[in-house]
Design a binder for this molecule. Sequence first.
Ligand SMILES: Cc1cc2nc3c(=O)[nH]c(=O)nc-3n(C[C@H](O)[C@H](O)[C@H](O)COP(=O)(O)OP(=O)(O)OC[C@H]3O[C@@H](n4cnc5c(N)ncnc54)[C@H](O)[C@@H]3O)c2cc1C
Length: 111
Amino acid sequence: MTAPLSGGGVAGLTLAVQLARAGRRVVLFEKETYPFHRVCGEYISMENYAFLCRIGVPLDQMDLPVMTRFTVSSPTGVALHHPLDIGGVGITRYVLDQLLACLAAEHGATI
Ligand SMILES: Cc1cc2nc3c(=O)[nH]c(=O)nc-3n(C[C@H](O)[C@H](O)[C@H](O)COP(=O)(O)OP(=O)(O)OC[C@H]3O[C@@H](n4cnc5c(N)ncnc54)[C@H](O)[C@@H]3O)c2cc1C
């Protein structure tokens, strides 16, 4: 049975990769064409790092910047800083989404 998925953001893409790797027939409908830019902070929490590596995204081989501090700034120059206890890495969604779409396609998904 085919698994039809709608929306190729990080949720749809990671699900498509996992279902395709599990041998399911997957069709993912995304209205844009990869690669494309989207508004995002480009922060991947370490909570998700191992999961993304496990499904085939080679984050550990990409020499990504590590983020350990969080800053909120205002137009008037006020800035609030806070340490990020778990931390994360920075990667543009232009690259990450394209990688995930390629992975899904390699495992047989139709995008
Ligand atoms: C300004 C901003 C900064 C953020 N920064 C971060 C960050 O640094 N780190 C982080 O982890 N999260 C961040 N987020 C949150 C993160 O972007 C979302 O949690 C995440 O994108 C949700 O993924 P999703 O796959 O559920 O939805 P989305 O990423 O919204 O994906 C939905 C997809 O569906 C597609 N689509 C929509 N309608 C249709 C249609 N009719 N047919 C086919 N396709 C369709 C869209 O093109 C899109 O690709 C940020 C969010 C915002 C707004």
